[in-house]
Design a protein. Sequence first.
Length: 133
Amino acid sequence: MSRYEFPAMDAKSKSDPAAWKACIDQARMLIEYQHTRLLNLDLLAKHGPAAWRLNAEIVAHLHTQLTNLLNEAQDEIQEVNRERKDQQTKLYNKLYELESTWYSLVGKNMQLEQECSRLQTELARREEETEQQ
C-alpha cells in the first residue's frame, strides 16, 4: 500500500471504534498529502518556468566558465610541451656534442696507449741492443 491509497475496511473492523479512528486518521493524512501535492503543482506552475530559466542560465554560465578553464589548461599544457621540446632539443644537441667529444678523447687515449706500448717495446729492444754491444 502506498501513502496515496486508502485501504478498504473489512467486515469485522466496521464495528471497531479504534479501526474507524485509524481509518479517519488515514483519510486525513491522504487529504493532507493531496493538498500538499496540489500546492506544489500550483507553485510549479507559477514559478517553475522562471526557475528553469534561471537554472538553465546558471548551467550555461557554468558551462562557459568550465570551457574557458579547460581552454586555459590546454593552452598551458601546450606551452609546457613546447618548452619541454625546446629544452630537449637543446640538450640533445649538447649531449651529441659531448658524446662526440667523449668518443674523440677515447680514440686519442687508445692511440696514446698504443703509442706508449710501441715506445715501451722499442725502448726494451734498444736496451737489449745496448746490452749486447
